[in-house]
Ligand binder design. Structure first.
Ligand code: CO
Ligand code: CO
Length: 320
């Protein structure tokens, strides 16, 4: 995908402040106002249609939050079989609508097509002050890395498909995936953070590498500080998504592993996430403000997983 995007003509309008290289596109419409746009949709990852709709909406909104922006409106994207059960479609869309409502976002339209395989998501529009955009490339050596949701959603989603996930694991993963990154983003903006992204399909390592690459820095992370959904350690032995294996291959020599880290642990760190948390690079003097802001807003995961260090290769050193 990256290769294809690079081969297309680039945006030349100077009002384009961020494009395909960042979480969302940003277009300046006035000195104090920029539009932020993003779109995401996918096939069901949990069995409950309401939860699927809510997760798809939270996931679509996430890239707006990752930029430090505020989402305002959304358009539904729906693919559903024309002879499929309408009550299922209604539940998917109710999940999406209630999640949008929770975010304070108005759904102002959408489009649906006939498709054998259901898909749901949203195109979201928000705004940000042009000087307050939080890009991926704003991390600096010395910054601490904070993650706001546990990992393991890809491994668990695959376990659900093959009937290996317990009710408890499904419930916990669903709760995290449905959670908006809204409150975490508010805390991040309040603390004056300069670099962030959200952890989605390329997993923690893939998105962290992107962040470091664009920031011309390296990082050190501590496996023992990285939060995982309980149960992932067992499920990684039975259900690893193809995307997670591909992620691990993709980061390849960009990661240096401390001796003793197992293949399972590598896969857990590379796991492809859906509606994952924010990955925030915060300067050490703002760390306490950020953590306090996350805590006071009830963001339950606020793990300091490592730090940005000098370098320019986007290298990640994983310690035990
Ligand atoms: Co993103
Ligand atoms: Co790179």
């Amino acid at each position: 995908m990256d290769q294809i995007l690079k081969s297309l003509p680039a945006a030349v309008d100077p009002r384009v402040l961020a494009g395909t290289e960042d979480d969302a596109g940003v277009y300046k419409i006035a000195d104090d106002l920029a539009l932020v746009q993003t779109v995401d949709f996918f096939t069901p990852i949990v069995d409950d249609p309401y939860d699927f709709g809510a997760i798809a909406a939270a996931n679509a909104l996430s890239d707006i939050y990752a930029m430090g922006a505020r989402p305002l409106t959304a358009l539904n994207l729906v693919a559903f079989p024309k002879d499929g059960p309408l009550e299922v479609l209604a539940e998917i869309m109710r999940g999406g609508a209630e999640k949008a409502q929770e975010a304070g976002v108005s759904i102002i339209g959408g489009h649906s097509i006939d498709d054998k395989e259901p898909k749901y998501g949203m195109a979201v529009t928000g705004t940000v002050h042009p000087d307050k955009i939080i890009p991926k490339g704003g991390a600096k050596a010395g910054d601490r890395l904070v993650l706001t949701k546990p990992l393991g959603m890809g491994i668990i989603s695959t376990a659900i498909k093959v009937g290996r996930a317990s009710e408890e694991v499904i419930a916990t993963a669903t709760r995290h995936m449905k959670a908006l990154n809204k409150l975490a983003a508010e805390a991040m903006v309040e603390a004056g953070v300069k670099g962030a992204t959200d952890v989605t399909g390329f997993g923690l390592l893939g998105h962290l590498h992107e962040m470091l690459h664009r920031s011309c820095a390296n990082a050190r992370i501590f496996l023992s500080s990285v939060p995982f959904v309980p149960g992932v350690r067992e499920l990684v032995k039975v259900s690893v998504p193809g995307g997670t294996r591909a992620n691990l291959t993709y980061v390849g020599e960009k990661v240096e592993w401390a001796p003793g880290i197992t293949e399972d642990e590598k896969l857990m760190l590379a796991d492809a996430q859906t509606s994952g948390g924010l990955l925030i690079a915060v300067s050490p003097d703002k760390l306490d403000t950020l953590l306090a802001g996350l805590a006071s807003r009830g963001v339950e995961t606020r793990a300091v997983i490592g730090e940005v260090i000098e370098g320019d290769a986007g290298m990640i050193f994983v310690e035990k």
